[in-house]
Ligand binder design. Structure first.
Ligand SMILES: Nc1ncnc2c1ncn2[C@@H]1O[C@H](COP(=O)(O)OP(=O)(O)OP(=O)(O)O)[C@@H](O)[C@H]1O
Length: 858
């Protein structure tokens, strides 16, 4: 924007090749950028000793010029007037005087040059005037304000006692300049001429810039006039000598090269940086594990497992089970973290060793020895089923004890859950009875010691425990009897919230004997930390436990072993820190590409999808018609083929929606237009799980599908967090049995739920995160089976989907995401569909209104 003026050198002639001083002579750039952009002029040194070989750039001085500061009086506001081309002080009383002086003291060249050293280089030098390309009209009253402490441009304060009177000063300056001129061999007359000429030069420069401007405005005229005044040969000559700075940028320091090399040192702890990698193809008989047969899985158990369908251990099981079986090998002991694809068999990988361990415990004592924490009730139920299967298998194989398993998830009343977990009995114990009576007496006596008193018996650090104790003490018992609690279960599978409630409010619920802690879907549980469950649970597991309760009998290990699992395992050390891991090991199940095949990418991909999962995406042109796109997809050969077992790789010619190719549809009116959707007959239907973004969308879409395709209604189920638990359970059961073919669901069932018979997952609404995508699509293609996942995306969602979700950078997959197209239908058919859709929407609206009305009345 600005050009910078630098006055001509006073010594010697300018070499012809120095036309561009910016490149030939670096300007003194202040070390720091200055916030103000005012001009500061510093006249040449008055010292006679100062040599006059001053570089061009030194004529414009910047902050930090000590010399200038010392010699010049305090700053003053000055004005540059267009008609005079000189500077006038802002002090009106002094103006006339100044003008006279100026005329007589024309030799004050540097002063004028400083004034005309306009704001062309304001950015860099701190010089600013309004004389610039497109602000020409402002030239009439250009105002310059000096920096505090910078030298005055023209006038000195008459009241100043330190400075000589102006006339005297001017004379002295003249003398000095003449002397200097003599020193450098320049005629003094030239010095005197120099000043007005410089003005002209500046004005010429201005004129040039105006000429360069594309459309000069009317305000250019005065400038042109001014320019014409200085149109004589002498000034032309001088102009040549003046170094003109163009508009080229001020030279900048070389950019500092960024270091893009990868550090040689590892920033992650070794166990996280170098996990135990298991190939997807790995498989082994269950009997192969264990350091010795008696420390492994008995052959009888393996046989029974085979009868249940677990013929061989899956890859992740081959990696995890040996680490969790009893062993004396130090480097196999410690906590285990597992990152493995959805449906890879993580549940059995931890249930088998835990049930095996508990089966070895005493037949007569039941203690809570294992806690399995999962995020949803559905998962609690599912894991409980696997645990029961394993417990049965070990029991049938003649194990010492059959593990007792319970669930805590809020599906039943809290009291019922308490009764299912803890047994309360009265035992004869006069000593404890006396202690209890004493405590009660103190508690009831207001004059007696406070609760915090050590003698009170209620001074434990655990407030919840204290509160429970107080409640229990108040209960009536037989004389000389006290209350004792016994755990009814060995393994508790629970949601984190319910676990915290039991810890706080269930008398006798203790974690003192727990020696296994499993956190499944760990990234979710650690990320959300429901009710700060980790802060409540982990400290209770860090105690030594009662009487060696945490000893792992067949190993030389004591303490709680933690097993942390997810298909999208967090590598966030802050999150993992809360688990207080001990000698952790990370087991990673590789994707279909091994690390060698995937090269560098493999170390960067965070998640792996099941090898036989096929993914495709479908663009939704008009989001308002999204349900129609869904129905088109459901009717298309893509989905239907799966059920009929025909070729899945249909050619592009087939990419028409089934409704579009239906000739009846074209002639049918809107009211009859239910027909295009009726192609979805239940016997053709594969099983489909449709994910939406919210409970509300789920309910609406489910109803809309029923309205659009009434024949499908009996086969559509709905799952949201607002659905009663028993309905949810029944829905999943019916789906397992293929009585239901379509489930519309919120993310409630996105994680962990095992639906072995599921053919398709449809992301009706795009998932909220990459992890969410991985879990949703992972409901299909489980346990080595094939499955398909579809994602509907709108225009604004396309970028994120293709760049993040479908990219190989974050998710490793067997094959790339396919882009599919449901071709446009013929106009009539499409109009009829939309009309039907509108009718359905209207009905939906009416139903919703009625439901609200009904709800309001109730
Ligand atoms: N060794 C095995 N042989 C045959 N089937 C198995 C074996 N192990 C597990 N399965 C089956 O694999 C399916 C998926 O197992 P599981 O639910 O444990 O997967 P997961 O890894 O926990 O998945 P998610 O991450 O989605 O929770 C289940 O149906 C289970 O019965």
């Amino acid at each position: 924007m600005y050009s910078r003026y630098i006055p001509p050198p006073k010594g010697g002639s300018i070499a012809p090749n120095t036309a561009s001083p910016v490149s030939s002579q670096p300007v003194q750039i202040p070390p720091k950028a200055q916030p103000t952009t005012y001009a500061r002029y510093v006249p040449p040194s008055k010292s006679s000793q100062t040599p006059l070989q001053v570089s061009h750039a030194q004529h414009v001085l910047f902050d930090g010029d000590q010399e200038a500061d010392r010699e010049e009086p305090p700053p003053k506001r000055v004005k540059l007037r267009q008609d005079e081309g000189v500077i006038a002080t802002s002090d009106r009383a002094e103006q006339k005087k100044s003008k006279k002086k100026r005329k007589s003291a024309q030799s004050d060249g540097p002063l004028d040059s400083a004034t005309t050293a306009n704001g062309d280089a304001a950015d860099q030098s701190g010089v600013q005037t309004e004389v610039q390309g497109d602000g020409v009209g402002d030239f009439e009253d250009v105002e310059m304000q000096q920096l505090p402490g910078s030298p005055s441009l023209r006038e000195e304060s008459p009241s100043s006692t330190e400075n000589p009177p102006p006339e005297e000063a001017l004379k002295r300056k003249d003398k000095k300049k003449k002397k200097k001129s003599k020193e450098v061999g320049e005629p003094s007359a030239q010095v005197e001429d120099d000043i007005p000429l410089r003005h002209k030069a500046i004005l010429e420069k201005k004129a040039k810039s105006i000429k360069r401007a594309p459309e000069p405005g009317p305000e250019d005229v005065p400038m042109n006039d001014l320019v014409s005044k200085g149109d004589d040969d002498a000034s032309q000559q001088k102009t040549l000598e003046i170094e003109l700075h163009g508009l080229e940028p001020i030279p900048q320091p070389q950019p500092v090269a960024l270091d893009t090399s990868t550090p040689l040192y590892e920033t992650l702890p070794p166990w996280l940086a170098s996990p135990i990698r298991i190939s997807q193809d790995a498989s082994a008989p269950f009997t192969d594990f264990g350091l010795t047969p008696d420390l492994g899985i008995p052959s009888g158990v393996a046989e029974r497992l085979a009868l249940k369908g677990y013929k061989q251990a899956f890859a992740v099981q081959t990696g995890v089970i040996p680490l969790l079986l009893p062993n004396h090998c130090k480097n196999m002991q410690g906590d285990v973290l597992v990152s493995a694809a959805t449906g890879s068999g993580k549940t059995l990988a931890y249930t088998l060793p835990i049930i095996r361990d508990i089966s070895q415990s005493s037949r007569h004592t039941t203690r809570l020895r294992a806690l399995i924490v999962v995020p949803t009730r559905e998962l609690v139920k599912q894991v409980q089923q696997v645990c029961e299967d394993c417990a049965n298998i070990f029991a049938l194989d003649g194990a010492k004890r059959r593990a007792r398993i319970a669930m805590a998830m809020g599906s039943q009343s809290f009291e019922n859950e308490q009764t299912s977990l803890i047994e309360r009995e009265e035992i004869y114990d006069p000593a404890l009875y006396q202690q209890r009576t004493k405590r009660l007496a103190r508690l009831n006596d207001p004059n007696h010691a406070s609760e915090g008193d050590e003698d009170s018996g209620y001074n434990t650090e655990d407030e919840e425990r204290d509160a429970i104790r107080k409640r229990e003490d108040k209960l009536k018992t037989l004389p000389n009897h006290t209350i004792a609690y016994k755990s009814k279960v060995d393994i508790l599978i629970c949601t984190p919230g319910r676990l915290v409630e039991h810890i706080k409010f269930t008398p006798g619920f203790s974690l003192d004997f727990v020696r296994w802690l499993v956190v499944d879907e760990a990234d979710k549980l650690l990320g959300q930390n429901f009710q700060q469950w980790l802060d409540v649970v982990i400290p209770r597991l860090q105690t030594h436990g009662r009487g060696g309760a945490r000893n792992h009998k067949q190993s030389n290990l004591s303490g709680v072993r933690k097993v942390i699992l997810s298909a999208t395992m967090t590598r966030d050390l802050d999150q993992l820190e809360g688990l207080k891991l001990h000698r952790p090991k990370l087991v990673v199940l590789e994707g279909s590409k091994t690390q060698d095949e995937a090269g560098d990418d493999a170390s960067h991909t965070e998640h792996v999808l099941p090898g036989l999962l096929a993914e495709a995406a479908l663009k939704v042109g008009d989001p308002n018609l999204k349900p129609l796109f869904l129905i088109d997809l459901l009717e298309s050969h893509y989905v239907l083929n799966r059920a009929s077992g025909t070729d899945e790789n249909a050619s592009d010619e087939d990419e028409t929606s089934s409704s579009g190719s239906d000739s009846d549809a074209e002639s049918a009116g809107p009211e009859k237009f239910i027909k295009p959707f009726s192609i979805l007959k239940s016997q053709d239907m594969p099983t489909v799980l449709i994910f939406t973004k919210s409970n509300e969308t789920t309910l609406r879409l489910s109803r809309l599908l029923s309205l659009l395709a009434p024949t499908l209604e009996p086969f559509i189920g709905t799952l949201t967090s607002t659905t009663p638990y028993t309905t949810r359970r029944d829905t999943l059961r019916s789906f397992h049995a293929r009585k239901l073919r379509i489930i519309v669901a919120s993310d409630l069932v996105a994680r962990g739920i095992d639906l072995p018979s599921l053919d398709h997952v449809v992301n009706y609404d795009i998932p909220s995160s990459i992890a969410s995508y991985v879990h949703r699509v992972g409901r299909t293609a489980r346990a080595g089976n094939a499955g398909k996942a579809w994602t509907l995306f709108t225009n604004p969602e396309a970028r994120w989907f293709w760049n993040e979700v479908a990219s190989e950078k974050v998710i490793q997959r067997g094959k790339p995401v396919e882009r599919i197209r449901i071709t446009e239908e013929k106009d009539d058919a499409f109009r009829a569909k939309v009309a039907t859709y509108e009718v359905a929407l209207e009905k939906l609206g009416r139903e919703a209104g009625q439901a609200r009305h009904k709800g309001g009345k109730e």
